[in-house]
Design a binder for this molecule. Structure first.
Ligand SMILES: Cc1ncc(COP(=O)(O)O)c(C=O)c1O
Length: 505
């Protein structure tokens, strides 16, 4: 076939890309999407805190695998009708469930830019790799880690914690990486407190150590680990032939926001030659505030630290971070030399040390961009002010609870978490649990506010975790009013029936 015959070949449908046929049309749709999302965020306060999706919508969502194309505008219509109104709503000013930040409009735009560029941040000589490096260097500055430390952005603190456990485990015995756990002469043990987040136990399970070997020391009345007991556990285990290798400290426990004595844990780890990791998912962030220097003393001594940007730095989901003091130990745990990933001196395969040498993932999105843009947009000073505002709001809410005769504070407020319940004083514990559970569900279903719950000393507890830059004091006034109204209603309605073990007054 000569060249003119080749050029006369019909264009194959296979040569068409997935890019739009009509760019102008998609551009207009894109502008509309941005406008709609800006409206959506700007007016979030005017909508209920939560709305359950109607069964009809859930039915509509269940559709067969699309075979034929649908035009983008009508796909967007499906989104606005079926998806958008039924968010988990951590963007709402009265969302205080679990520990979830609310994101920002500029963060949303940053995610759009990251997605448009669509780089993979595993390897290569491209600026997104340097942006993540920069973000990690800034993180080291925030937490007092040396610039020689290493780090990696993760989907969240769970993966950051597991990554740290793998580094600690492999650092303990270098044979483990290649020969597995059977190459060590005994059972490895991890130490933490009974309040340590469940993702750590999960991590201990998935890295082959088994959660029975996560020794949980008891906590004191303020939910801080009893360090003397933890030290004793390590010594007893060593005597019994076990192999202690890691201590996990809590900077902000998920239940109450308690922070362990991190300096003392660092000392124990040093004396016992153990890796010291801190789970600071949200509770490490007040390091931005000088008044927390004492509480968080010890962070800068940790071997590794996990924290989230998407919780108390209010960044858009998802982005967490792990910092590791000993970069060589971090790299040794994950690096593998394979031909197709070998770094070149020049060209696209050159550039920074691949992030794939510092974690499990070989496909990594550009979450660094929003962190880079948002830290520039606000500066750490403004983040500090927001964190301080949330801390003041937690104290304010605790004070409202203390002042109200039928509300009971269930834990001292040491950070941003307020745990309380409705308690008229004449109901037994089982009744209080049932009443408070119903109260919480009604708060959600009436769209008033979104606290979550926990069990403290076996008591069902309404838990308000404040990592919300949109909340104001008035939002907490509204929450308390609603708790009293709903609590009184449930109590009055049920006390007469003798439900909840109440003795009618
Ligand atoms: C103390 C603590 N650690 C770890 C995690 C898990 O973090 P992520 O959800 O980012 O994986 C949480 C989540 O709330 C937490 O509060």
């Amino acid at each position: 076939m000569n060249s003119s015959e080749i050029s006369n070949l019909p264009t194959s449908a296979n040569e068409q890309s997935l890019d739009p046929r009509d760019w102008d049309e998609l551009r207009r749709l894109g502008h509309r999407m941005v406008e709609d999302m800006m409206d959506y965020l700007q007016t979030v306060r005017e909508r209920p805190a939560w709305e359950k999706a109607p069964e009809l919508i859930l039915q509509e969502l269940r559709q067969p695998l699309p075979q034929e194309p649908q035009d983008a505008a009508s796909v967007y219509e499906d989104f606005t009708r079926q998806v958008l109104p039924y968010n988990c709503n951590n963007i709402h000013p009265r969302f205080w469930a679990w520990v979830q930040g609310g994101g920002t409009p500029f963060g949303m735009l940053a995610d759009m830019l990251a997605s448009g560029m669509n780089p993979n941040l595993a390897i290569g000589d491209h600026v997104p790799m340097y942006v993540e490096q920069q973000v990690i260097d800034w993180s080291k500055d925030i937490f007092g880690f040396p610039r020689t430390a290493s780090g990696i952005l993760t989907s969240g603190a769970s993966i950051a914690n597991i990554t740290a456990l793998i580094v600690a485990r492999n650092h303990f015995h270098t044979s483990i990486k290649q020969q597995g756990l059977r190459s060590v002469p005994g059972q490895l043990k991890v130490y933490g407190s009974s309040e340590t987040h469940n993702c750590v136990a999960k991590g201990v399970e998935v890295i082959g150590i088994g959660s029975d070997n996560f020794r949980k020391a008891p906590v004191d009345e303020n939910y801080r680990v009893q360090t003397a007991v933890l030290r004793e556990m390590i010594r007893e285990d060593r005597k019994a032939g076990y192999l202690p290798f890691c201590i996990i400290g809590n900077a902000g426990t998920v239940n109450t926001g308690a922070t362990d004595d991190l300096s003392e844990l660092a000392r124990i780890a040093k004396e016992e030659h153990l890796w010291f990791h801190i789970d600071g998912a949200f509770g490490a962030i007040p390091k931005l505030l000088p008044e927390f220097a004492e509480t968080l003393k010890g962070i800068e001594e940790a071997d590794s630290l996990s924290f989230d940007f998407h919780k108390w730095m209010y960044m858009n989901y998802e982005v967490g971070c792990l910092l590791v003091r000993d970069a060589a130990a971090h790299r040794a745990a994950f690096s593998t030399e394979v031909n197709y990933l070998a770094r070149h001196d020049r060209g696209l395969a050159a550039g920074p040390d691949p992030f794939s040498h510092y974690g499990m993932e070989l496909s990594r999105g550009f979450k660094a961009l929003k962190v880079w843009m948002l830290l520039k947009e606000h500066g750490v000073q403004r983040y500090g002010q927001q964190v301080r505002k949330n801390l003041e709001q937690a104290s304010y809410l605790a004070e409202l609870v203390r002042r109200h005769a039928r509300l009971q504070l269930l834990a001292e407020v040491s950070l941003n978490i307020v745990c309380y319940r409705y308690n008229p004083g004449t109901i037994d514990e089982t009744g209080l649990d049932a009443l408070n559970k119903e109260l919480l569900i009604r708060l959600h279903e009436e769209g008033i506010a979104l606290p979550s719950f926990t069990l403290l000393n076996g008591k069902y507890t309404i838990r308000v975790a404040i990592t919300n830059h949109r909340s104001t004091r008035a939002d907490f006034d509204l929450l308390v009013e609603a708790c009293i109204r709903i609590g009184d209603y449930l109590y009055a309605g049920n006390a007469l029936l003798g439900k909840y073990g109440a003795s009618p007054a």
